[in-house]
Write a protein that binds this ligand. Structure first.
Ligand SMILES: [Zn+2]
Ligand SMILES: [Zn+2]
Length: 245
């Protein structure tokens, strides 16, 4: 717990990001000014993977789409990291113990529009699981908190009983895309009864996506268990493979 967290317990009206006192009408734990400084992912974006399209380059195959296996239908993220306050908002959720920040984060994620077939077909939300050691340390799974908020707004069930994390993986921030993939390979295992997921389209929920290695590993586990299509939704997205935004 940071030294601010204790102070925040005593002064619950402080913004979880800038620590300034929030105005009386601000019910969010993040103040209005901090939300205004969260930068949305640049437009235009790829219709499938939701990644910003570089309009200065001739239209070729979307590079971010090539990270995704063919059974991943669509990906959406609300904000770009780093820059702006989105990264600090994620930090408050994950490391400062502000689990209640998940509700206003989920509201921004719920406003993301998916292709019509995804909005029609999506049967449930699946948060990316934490290892039991990480869960003990943090006290909650931040992705599950986001999924709970989204599930209420999209009127979808949240399934935490489908996949589990076998082992704690090294933190991915300093790894190359190839290393990330090896780091999370076989990190997840299916908990679902074989056949019970057959034909479903499920949506994986995580706080941040970078190279999609973790989400892809979860999707592979679901797909092996009979899930037909998987989509992803995250709060933040970090640049990857030659991005300049
Ligand atoms: Zn603030
Ligand atoms: Zn794409």
């Amino acid at each position: 717990m940071s030294r601010w967290s204790l102070l925040d317990l005593l002064l619950p009206a402080a913004c979880a990001v800038c620590k300034r006192a929030r105005a009386g009408h601000e019910v969010d734990l993040v103040c209005g000014a901090c939300w205004l400084r969260a930068t949305e992912l640049p437009r235009p974006r790829c219709d499938r993977c939701g990644h910003p399209v570089d309009v200065r380059r001739p239209p070729t195959r979307c590079a971010w789409c090539t990270l995704l296996p063919p059974y991943v239908r669509a990906v959406r993220s609300a904000f770009g990291l780093p820059g702006g306050t989105a990264e600090s908002i994620v930090y408050a959720l994950k490391y400062d113990g502000w689990s209640a920040v998940a509700a206003p984060m989920a509201r921004r994620m719920a406003a993301l529009r998916f292709p019509p077939d995804v909005e029609r077909e999506r049967a449930a939300l699946v948060p990316v699981p934490l290892s039991s050691a990480r869960l003990r340390e943090r006290g909650y799974n931040q992705s599950e908190k986001l999924a709970d908020g989204l599930g209420r707004l999209w009127n979808l069930p949240v399934r935490t009983d489908l996949i589990a994390r076998e082992r704690a993986t090294k933190t991915q921030t300093r790894l190359t895309p190839g290393e990330r993939q090896r780091n999370v390979a076989n990190a997840f295992r299916s908990l679902a009864d074989r056949g019970s997921l057959r034909g479903l389209h499920l949506v994986l929920v995580d706080d941040v996506v970078t190279t999609a290695a973790t989400l892809n590993a979860c999707a592979a586990t679901l797909h092996d268990g009979g899930v037909r299509i998987v989509s992803y939704v995250t709060f933040g997205r970090a640049p990857a493979i030659g991005d300049r935004w």
